[in-house]
Design a protein around this ligand. Structure first.
Ligand SMILES: [Zn+2]
Length: 114
């Protein structure tokens, strides 16, 4: 379960940020997670709860925004959501596309009590 390692890393970054912002209590954490990031969202939620309790982040609200796999067609430039890497461009049918979103794992926002 590599989600436990990810949760530990997230809480470390969050606590660092909170510290730098004056050391207030963290109210919520917003994460952006790509559908294809390889992270099990339910598992990560559970891992975050466990880690939060150990690190003093207990009670923190975890907001997760799931990003669908998005490709940009190299031929016509259209961006589209793909079911798989073999999904052709809906405009021109080209199979040549670059993934532009959907495999990220990022902390979007941290809300700290003033
Ligand atoms: Zn296209």
């Amino acid at each position: 379960m590599h989600e436990m390692g990810i949760a530990t890393e997230i809480s470390r970054i969050v606590l660092d940020e909170a510290e730098r912002g004056g050391g207030g209590r963290v109210n919520s954490i917003s994460l952006t997670i790509g559908r294809w990031s390889g992270v099990e969202i339910e598992t990560l939620r559970f891992a975050m709860e466990v880690v939060a309790e150990e690190t003093g982040l207990d009670g923190v609200e975890l907001k997760i925004e799931v990003v669908e796999p998005t490709f940009k067609c190299s031929d016509c430039g259209r961006e589209f959501i793909a079911e798989s890497r073999l999904t052709p461009c809906p405009s021109c049918g080209s199979m040549a596309g670059d993934m532009v979103a959907g495999d990220e794992l990022a902390i979007k926002e941290i809300e700290v009590e003033e």
